[in-house]
Design a protein around this ligand. Structure first.
Ligand SMILES: Cc1ncc(COP(=O)(O)O)c(C=O)c1O
Length: 381
């Protein structure tokens, strides 16, 4: 099997799994309990939080555990909206956000908030001057992802942060789900960022666990009310095994970060080179300014799912741009926002690599690709 769908989810790292099972079986206390089993659980919970905070160069109190990227995005959008509605009801998101942001914003629009969408250029990068022109007196939140999940465009977070330096009342949220472990932490965890969303299963951690960075002093109405866990911001008994495993996964991911990303970059550029020689191939990702792991392309005249299934027959797993859109048979939202023509957009498939892949897999992929491409040319005419 060759697994090139690492932006959809990654395999849990064996050491991470070991941490998970160790904690789940040996640390039985609830962190809220008064007895010493509770204190042991609390110590592990706080050690995990501290480790994540250190790796991100932020403070422990700024990390809140969640159930993943979707919850983190929902929490920021709804939490900021209802926290700040007395000051304004205007929210700006980019045109290429994940449904966790896009659909939450759409729901907020049904609750009396006004959502405006900052467009992207033909490569998928947010147009900063256009975003700037949307800013108003009553804007309370700007939400832009750091790395796009469908084509891998690295968004101009630094420029947006700079722009927002003059707008201290606007909260700035980044969805960093596809950024962590792919681009340097310093490139997106900027001083001006108020909230950042993370999800463990994208970096070899367990599914259903994530964390949110909330800058000190920034207020967020809770989504979950109850027993007051997570500093009264997110009630429910903590998923301690998942949290400890997430901290381990993050440490392992950021270990030898440069070597790993270089390896991934080289694999991507070998595939890129080969694909760019083919007449009927359209490339939606590039090497510069794009995540090193994501390469999205299409074979003109051939629907993406046909290509995905053709590879699947050889036990090679890729996807139609995002796990969310693939089953709906819909063209990728990002490509539509880039004004790619619908028939071309529906041809798109995404390869998403990982440092656990290797050049032998790349070569095997390319051998199969050449055969599939020749077959598809006959279909496409
Ligand atoms: C950019 C982005 N944001 C949010 C999510 C949702 O994360 P989760 O699956 O942890 O809910 C994803 C997952 O695909 C994503 O790619």
């Amino acid at each position: 099997m060759i697994y090139f769908d690492n932006s959809a989810t990654t395999a849990i790292h064996p050491e991470v799994l070991r941490t998970y099972t160790d904690v789940a079986t040996k640390i039985m206390g609830n962190p809220s309990s008064l007895h010493n089993l509770g204190s042991t659980a609390t110590r592990l919970l706080e050690a995990s939080r501290r480790q994540i905070a250190e790796l991100l160069h932020v403070r422990s109190e700024e990390i809140f555990f969640t159930s993943g990227g979707t919850e983190g995005d929902n929490w920021v959008l709804k939490g900021v909206a209802f926290e700040k509605e007395k000051f304004g009801k205007h929210i700006i998101i980019s045109a290429v956000e994940h449904p966790a942001v896009k659909n939450t914003a759409a729901w907020l629009a049904t609750q009396g908030f006004e959502v405006e969408v900052a467009p992207v250029d033909e490569k998928g990068f947010v147009k900063v001057p256009e975003l700037e022109s949307l800013i108003r007196e009553d804007t309370i939140l700007v939400s832009v992802m750091a790395v796009n999940n469908e084509v891998g465009a690295i968004q101009p977070i630094k420029e947006i942060a700079k722009l927002l330096e003059d707008e201290p009342t606007i909260s700035f949220h980044i969805d960093a789900v596809q950024a962590i472990g792919k681009i340097a932490v310093e490139d997106f965890m900027l001083e001006r960022v108020d909230f950042a969303t993370f999800s463990a299963h994208k970096f070899h951690g367990p599914r259903g666990v994530g964390f949110l960075y909330v800058k000190s002093g920034k207020r967020l109405i809770p989504l979950l009310h109850g027993g007051g866990q997570e500093n009264k911001k997110r009630s429910t008994t903590e998923n301690l095994a998942g949290i400890a495993a997430t901290a381990k996964a993050l440490r392992l991911t950021l270990e030898n970060f440069e070597q790993k990303t270089e390896k991934v970059r080289q694999m991507k550029s070998v595939i890129f080179e080969e694909l760019s020689k083919q007449e009927k191939i359209v490339l939606f990702s590039e090497n510069e300014h794009f995540a090193p792991n994501i390469l999205t392309f299409g074979i003109r005249g051939v629907r993406g799912e046909v290509v995905v299934h053709a590879f699947e027959k050889h036990e090679i797993y890729i996807s139609t741009t995002s796990a969310c859109s693939s089953k709906k048979n819909a063209a990728a939202g990002t490509l539509m926002a880039m004004h790619v023509k619908p028939d071309l957009a529906t041809s798109a498939v995404r390869i998403s690599l990982d440092h656990t892949n290797n050049m032998l897999e790349v070569e095997a992929f390319l051998t199969i690709f050449r055969n599939i491409y020749q077959e598809m040319l006959k279909v496409a005419g």
